[in-house]
Design a protein around this ligand. Sequence first.
Ligand code: ADP
Length: 191
Amino acid sequence: MRLILMGPPGAGKGTQAKGVADHFGIPAISTGDIFRANVSQGTPLGIEAKRYMDAGEYVPDEVTNLMVRNRIDEDDAKPGFLLDGYPRTLAQVTELDGMIAFTGHALDAVVVLTVNSEELVQRLLQRAKTEGRADDTEEVIRRRQEVYAEQTEPLIDVYRGRGLLIEVDGLGEIDEVSGRIFAALDAVKQS
Ligand code: ADP
């Protein structure tokens, strides 16, 4: 399976990604997690990415694309992968198309978690209290939502046009949402 998990900041992508990936026996690849790991280790990639992340902006495509390309090349991703937080721009979509075509495979599905924006801000502010992520202040959260609407929402139509889009209601208990994702993807797998 080659899957993309999309959704606005706070939709629960990170929470769902691991469970979905385990269910299909593939690695969950989260660009946000990879960036954060680099930031905490103080690598050159982390130092560069931090400037953008702290402001709620996207890290430049060239940087992100190269990082994903290297990760997808690793052995554990040969049978498939679930991408969490990538692609986020139209340029990243094109780049990913090339990476997947190169392996001789195709994308199986793009899952979008839908949640209304007030609920999203509340969740993120709550997460700010428990996890203390540097980019979870109210101002930065609002900026991340704007950037998502401007740069990432258009991807939904692109994948819908390709017949790959699956919209899943992201409201409810974690298990309830996982159940909806599994049901939708099991149907794809069998088709
Ligand atoms: P969120 O909880 O907002 O979905 P993530 O944990 O996925 O956030 O990502 C955190 C930050 O990492 C983003 O705000 C952005 O700065 C950077 N980032 C993650 N993925 C990408 C990407 N595909 N392209 C550019 N920047 C990215």
